[in-house]
Design a protein around this ligand. Sequence first.
Ligand code: LLP
Length: 416
Amino acid sequence: MNSLSFFNYKNNALFAEDVSVKTVAESVGTPAYIYSKCAIEEAFTAYFDAAGDNDLICYAVKANSNIAVLNILSKLGAGFDIVSVGELERVIAAGGDPAKVVFSGVAKKSSEIARALDVGIHCFNVESEAELERIQQVAQSKGVQAPVSIRVNPDVDAKTHPYISTGLKENKFGIHISQVIDVYAKAQDMPNISIKGIDCHIGSQIIDPKPFIDALKRLLPVIEQLNGMGIELSHIDLGGGVGVQYDDETPPDVAAYIGKIKTLIEPQGLGLILEPGRSIVANAGILVTEVEYLKDNGEKHFAIVDAAMNDLLRPALYQSWMRIEAVEQKAGEAKDYDIVGPVCETGDFLGKHRSLVIESGDLLSVFSAGAYGFGMASNYNSRPKACEVMVDGDQFYEIRRRETFADLIEHETLLP
Ligand code: LLP
């Protein structure tokens, strides 16, 4: 998948689809997230076309939850993977179908379970026995049946960054595979629980497809055992996690990945649910920032830009490498820069050791910023959040305006 191809240089100037990135920045200011509608559509369609009529591609809302993004995906037939009632309300506000929503997350509150039941979601991905009991109670109080899958922790190493690995025994997610049969047996006896499937999500930014297949192979005997107990599942949910190209990674081909899964689950006659997030939106977005100052301490060159860790946390939090280039590329002597933001933390950087020809006032683009970019932004250092822009062909639309100072203090009050 290479949605990167929707961000191209023409005569040394960066374009998002057919729109000049500089033109967008001049119109909306910086920092600004810019997304390509075509790139989102292409990435989603790769999943959708490889899946069957009985399958559901549930976009993981946390990757980029702007309602314009959700609306584009909903129109293409997407379901949604949510982890909070806030995400559920976003899906509904964006015109998404609650009947195609799966609800993951380790700490679902009773009020969240109640709302999800009221709107009729597709399935709860249950992450503990205590949660199963709570879902039973809430469903009973409403006199309805709650559709559930049990999230299995298969104890498989996804070989990704430890902070985004979720399928190991030491992680807080899911129910360990050795306990899962007992939990299904309990679910079977609960009057307001309707068992629909089995679920697993082992981590994110996974480049080697082997751990996915290993996890699936661990689930297959569990499914057989459940059949023996008279529990017939209608789907298997294998979560998200397919990695993308930030640098020189070669991520799994989505169609081949789905083909392989389908072959393995065919004998069980199960529908497939996937929960891709990053692989739909990461390479459909960039973060544009302006160089405020260049600074040289004799040994190092710093490019101090107007975007910071509050806008894009991934480099600071995971030491993630994200490609950074000048929006207008010019000839000249390149220097080795650390690209740092205005926030008062040494960890506030977007990239280190980047060879660039730049001066104050130039624009930089941080690529692959469409996933876990704006969604992880904060107001740290009282910085208003950046705006978000969607490009569609030769048009662009501000899909979230830049925050103002008034937004920052909107929910605060002085003592009487
Ligand atoms: N399903 C579940 C239950 C998840 O927890 C996640 C991501 C996904 C699906 C989507 O995974 P994806 O296809 O995007 O890999 N902030 C981190 C990534 C955290 C991922 C959390 N869970 C980052 O910036 O790398």
